[in-house]
Design a protein around this ligand. Structure first.
Ligand code: BGC
Length: 247
């Protein structure tokens, strides 16, 4: 079975049909730069273009970098404020004339890693963190997602964790990678004190270089890099859409 997945990020909107047996993309991924400002109407048009250019008709899953409850976007730290309060699931289903499921981007990545990737078959508590523009989190227990944990918004060392230790600080040259990894280790220790996970999955663009800085990590729990990399959002969105009872 295939379902279409779309990942809405700060810099790009990416989508492809996903083969749900294997978790692999069933066709080439299409990417459109995220419209600026990233207001709902413009982003919706980009999503529609990606879905249509694949000639897709059927269920679609979409990620948003904010809290999403029952299809409604509740926060927008790294996307236009115009999304707050929008029933994105209803709006997109209307526009695409297809059933659309909407969920948080890190939650989608967590679902994808738990089903097909670094946390496949892992029981107990798994916390996936994505280090990019912000810090996203997914909390899973025995493979079941507890959505919208937003650990990037914890206050750590007097500021929001995602200001203190986001991957973008390295990308923009504001922080040398070893200093950044030391900061991340402090944050991981704090999260570990609160949640006692059995496994951390380390995601986001910077996870590609995991081996170059992972020696700084001192967590009790095992910590592994995400394996689905920049496809995790697309795959997790499609997987979430496939779990809906009415699709
Ligand atoms: C948002 C989260 C999102 C994360 C990564 C944070 O600023 O609040 O919802 O998962 O960025 O995009």
């Amino acid at each position: 079975m295939q379902v279409f997945g779309v990942d809405v990020g700060g810099s790009g909107v990416k989508g492809a049909p996903v083969d749900l047996e294997s978790g692999a993309l069933a066709a080439k991924r299409l990417r459109i730069p995220t419209p600026q400002p990233s207001a709902p109407y413009a982003v919706t048009s980009a999503i529609a273009e990606i879905v249509r250019s694949h000639g897709w008709s059927g269920p679609v899953g979409v990620t948003i970098p904010g809290v999403v409850r029952a299809g409604v976007v509740e926060t927008a730290a790294n996307i236009d404020d115009g999304w707050i309060g929008v029933d994105a699931a209803a709006m997109l289903s209307d526009r695409l004339e297809m059933p659309v499921t909407v969920l948080n981007d890190a939650d989608a990545a967590g679902l994808a890693e738990a089903r097909y990737g670094a946390a496949a078959g892992v029981g107990g508590v798994v916390i996936l963190l994505t280090f990019g523009t912000g810090i996203g989190s997914a909390y899973l227990h025995d493979g079941r997602l507890i959505p919208n944990t937003e650990l990037g918004h914890l206050i750590f060392n007097g500021q929001k964790a995602e200001r203190y230790a986001a991957g973008r600080l390295v990308k923009r040259g504001e922080l040398e990678i070893d200093w950044w990894a030391t900061r991340v280790d402090g944050l991981l220790a704090y999260i570990e004190e609160l949640f006692w996970p059995d496994l951390f999955v380390f995601g986001g663009g910077i996870s590609k270089r995991f081996e170059t800085y992972s020696h700084h990590f001192t967590t009790r729990a095992r910590i592994v890099p995400a394996v689905l990399r920049n496809q995790a959002g697309i795959v997790g969105a499609a997987f979430a859409a496939s779990m809906r009872s009415d699709t």
